[in-house]
Design a protein around this ligand. Structure first.
Ligand SMILES: [Fe+2]
Ligand SMILES: [Fe+2]
Length: 257
């Protein structure tokens, strides 16, 4: 990515960073601990306030882009994404967006978050892992085959969570698969249904709220794989942390890492 996307930003800039703390969620407690551990900066994955929170709804337009790429008609894709975008817009509007950045300013701790770029890395690696497994099959793939592909990634092997199929079945035909990761958050029932209506057989989210799953269980005509939030986030994060360490920077892992 040539520039930081809307859900990622530098809250407080810094330089000469020899030791950084990296966590999926960072709040005041982690910032204070970083100071105690003599870290020179803190990096969060999830938006931690500021522009990343205020502008977060912008990245949800990726949901429309992904749907259209999988054959959902553009107007249907816009209609399916709108409730999610409205919810996120109102949430961002209501948030106390300066809470965590103000804390970092007080303790003078350089602080940033990287969300979409790392999820995009994760999405591509998940697609590759599934494709590499499916290409070896001499029969039409079922849902379990996609999971077997994902399980070649260490992050899923090590995860305390299991990959779930709360809608559909492991032995159902996989059909075309849409990996819906790296678009802000999951698309819920509305967006999954739009994929199914466009002929996609299986949708993958990394997490999905219970009520959305319940709605899909009543009406869905496809499979939903839920791969696991933190395990899936770690796919992109691990590659990024390795690249930072390759620069000679020490990384203190916390909050999910
Ligand atoms: Fe993520
Ligand atoms: Fe996440």
């Amino acid at each position: 990515m040539e520039e930081l996307p809307a859900d990622s930003c530098v809250y407080i800039s810094g330089s000469n960073l020899n030791r950084v703390m990296f966590g999926i969620d960072i709040g005041p407690a982690e910032l204070l601990l970083a100071r105690e551990l003599e870290c020179d900066a803190v990096i969060a994955h999830h938006p931690a306030g500021g522009d990343s929170t205020l502008r977060f709804p912008e990245v949800l337009h990726k949901q429309i882009e992904f749907m259209v790429a999988h054959g959902v008609p553009e107007q249907a894709a816009r209609d399916a994404a709108q409730p999610l975008i409205t919810r996120a817009t109102m949430g961002a509007h209501a948030a106390n967006h300066d809470r965590v950045p103000s804390f970092a300013r007080h303790i003078r701790m350089p602080f940033l978050n990287l969300h979409l770029p790392l999820d995009e890395i994760g999405r591509r690696l998940m697609i590759d892992a599934i494709d590499e497994h499916l290409v070896e099959l001499d029969r039409a793939p079922v849902v379990q085959d996609a999971i077997d592909g994902l399980m070649t990634l260490e992050e899923f092997q090590r995860a305390p969570t299991r990959i779930m199929v709360p809608v559909g079945a492991l032995d159902s035909p996989l059909g075309r698969i849409a990996i819906v990761h790296g678009a802000g958050t999951n698309g819920g029932a509305r967006i999954a249904s739009a994929y199914f209506e466009a002929g996609v057989g299986t949708v993958l989210y990394i997490h999905c709220p219970g009520p959305e799953v319940a709605a899909l269980q009543e009406s869905a005509s496809g499979n939903l794989i839920v791969s696991g939030h933190i395990a899936s986030d770690m796919i992109g994060i691990n590659r990024y942390v390795a690249a930072v360490e390759a620069l000679g920077v020490e990384v203190v892992r916390i909050s999910g890492l």
